[in-house]
Ligand binder design. Sequence first.
Ligand code: SAM
Length: 283
Amino acid sequence: MELWYTEHHSDYVHFSLKVKEQLYSNQSDFQHIAILDTYEFGKALVLDGCLMVTERDEFIYHDMIVHVPMATNLNVKSVLVIGAGDGGTIRELCRYQGIERIDMVEIDEMVVEACKEYLPQTACSLEDPRVHIYYEDGLKYVRRKVAEYDLILVDSTDPFGPGEGLFTKEFYGNCYNALTEDGILVNQHESTYYDAYVEAMKRAHHRIKETFPIAKVYQAHIPTYPSGHWLFGYASKKYDPLTDLQEEEWNSLELRTSYYNTKLHRGAFALPNYVKEQLNENE
Ligand code: SAM
């Protein structure tokens, strides 16, 4: 019998992957966790029926959430990562020798344990001595922090279930307070297609723009995410991701990346017209 994983991207669009076998399935206090072995995309982490990472295309998301802000300010020393239980974002951050401390706040320990066992490709740097893992709601954690981090990465689930609070104005305001004067915030910013995602994306951008003097959106092509066209939100107190890009310095680090490069960095901020209209940014 053939086994297929099917995800609902809209009421009228379903996305399916042929599955070799289900390796793990468990219900935590926060969500249903599954790990599947698929034919085309390798092993995949699924939370509450949404694909989070697959072995084959995770590099795109993790390159873009980490290297865009890092190439904008290579002087980052202290990083807060919210969510990111699969470890891919931590893996990319750990490649920067200059980073001294990475605090990862993940609400669900069971996600981390499952990924350590089944997704060593992403969970490979969680034991780095600079990484400190806290099992807590990121929304509550960030309330207690003032001017502590140079970079905050919000690598969360979508704005429903446990991730909902991470798309609120209160959360963005607390991130602003938790950042130093050089601070940069990057969050996964949903999709440009399918009404449910577009509305979430517009709301998030509006709230971030009300909170930070610099607020932009950039894009990447991620085959297994709804519509394949995914956005990230970039916000900062000081650094513009285009005029402050440290192109030569970043290239001199000679980090090998399969998706990110500094030319793509510039291009990623050039949004299609219909997305600019969605964001009310037609300049
Ligand atoms: N790359 C993924 C994506 O955009 O689909 C995100 C992957 S990562 C596994 C998302 C993590 O965020 C999950 O492990 C989830 O438990 C965690 N998370 C959700 N809400 C959270 C919260 N309020 N505080 C901390 N972590 C949270």
